[in-house]
Design a binder for this molecule. Structure first.
Ligand SMILES: Nc1ncnc2c1ncn2[C@@H]1O[C@H](COP(=O)(O)OP(=O)(O)OP(=O)(O)O)[C@@H](O)[C@H]1O
Ligand SMILES: [Mg+2]
Length: 228
C-alpha cells in the first residue's frame, strides 16, 4: 500500500499541493487528472523524492519514504517515467534499459517491441519509441510502485493504444500504479479509480464512471475541457 498523508508542497509562494491524501493498494491502478498546473507532476515528484513536502508523510507498506533521496526511493521499489521522456541520449537503447544496473535488458526490450533497436542510440528514437523505452527502463527493475507522468503525452491514437496494451501486459497483480494522464479515455479504460487535482487540492477520488456526475469536477475541470 502506498499512502500519501496530508502532503503539502510550496514553491516560492505557490501552493502546488495542499494537504493531499490518497492511498493506493497493491494491484490498484489510480489515474490522476486535472487541469494544467493542478499539481499532478508535483505529486509524482514528491513520492519519488524529487521534491520535499512542507508537510505530510509518504509511506510504502508502512515504511516512511518522506525525505528520502530519489535513489533511495527507487531502491525501495518505486519507479517513474517523466512527462518529457528523460533518456540517456548518447547511450544505446539497451544501455538505457540497464541504466547502470546489472539486469538482463532483453525481456524488457522484447516487451516494449524495441529488441530490434537495442543497439541504436536513444537519441534516434521517434517520440512513441522514446516513451516505450522509458517505460522499459521503469519496468526493468520489477518495481512495486510505478508512477507514470502522461505516458501517452504527444502520441497518436495508435501509439496511445500501443502504450495502453503494453501496460496491460506489464503490470502484475502486486503493482501499485499511479498514472497521470490527460486522456480520460485511457484512464477510464485502464484505471479502477481516478483522483482529480485542482489548484493543488484533491477534489475527487472515485470510480471514473462517477466523474461526469460530480459538480466540482464539472466546474473545475470537465467544464473547462469542454469549453476549450
Ligand atoms: N520546481 C518548481 N518551481 C516552482 N514552481 C513549480 C515547480 N514545479 C511546479 N511548480 C508550480 O507548481 C504548480 C503545479 O505544477 P505541476 O507541474 O505539478 O502541475 P501539473 O498538474 O503537472 O501540470 P501539467 O498538466 O501542465 O503538467 C504550478 O503552478 C507550477 O508552476
Ligand atoms: Mg505535469
Amino acid at each position: 500500500m502506498l499512502s500519501v498523508e496530508g502532503v503539502s508542497v510550496r514553491f516560492a509562494g505557490i501552493s502546488a499541493l495542499s494537504s493531499v491524501s490518497l492511498a493506493v493498494a497493491a494491484g490498484e491502478r489510480l489515474g490522476v487528472v486535472g487541469p494544467n498546473g493542478a499539481g499532478k507532476t508535483t505529486l509524482l515528484n514528491v513520492v519519488a523524492g524529487l521534491v520535499r513536502p512542507a508537510a505530510g508523510a509518504i509511506r510504502l507498506d508502512g515504511r516512511p519514504l518522506t525525505g528520502l533521496a530519489p535513489d533511495a526511493v527507487a531502491r525501495a521499489g518505486v519507479a517513474r517515467t517523466f512527462q518529457s521522456p528523460r533518456l540517456f541520449s548518447r547511450m544505446t537503447v539497451e544501455e538505457n534499459v540497464r541504466a547502470g544496473r546489472s539486469l538482463d535488458a532483453e525481456p524488457w526490450l522484447r516487451l516494449v517491441g524495441l529488441l530490434p533497436r537495442r543497439g541504436d542510440l536513444a537519441a534516434a528514437l521517434p517520440p512513441g519509441e522514446a516513451r516505450r523505452l522509458e517505460l522499459a527502463r521503469a519496468l526493468a527493475g520489477a518495481p512495486h510502485v510505478l508512477l507514470l507522468d502522461e505516458p501517452c503525452g504527444g502520441l497518436s491514437a495508435a501509439e496511445t493504444e500501443d502504450i495502453a496494451a503494453l501496460l496491460e501486459r506489464a503490470v502484475t497483480p502486486a503493482t501499485i500504479l499511479v498514472v497521470v494522464e490527460h486522456k480520460l479515455r485511457v484512464i477510464s479504460r485502464f484505471c479502477q479509480r481516478v483522483a482529480v487535482l485542482h489548484l493543488g487540492e484533491k477534489i475527487f477520488d472515485g470510480p471514473p464512471t462517477a466523474l461526469r456526475a460530480d459538480r466540482r469536477v464539472l466546474d473545475a475541470y470537465l467544464g473547462k475541457a469542454r469549453a476549450s
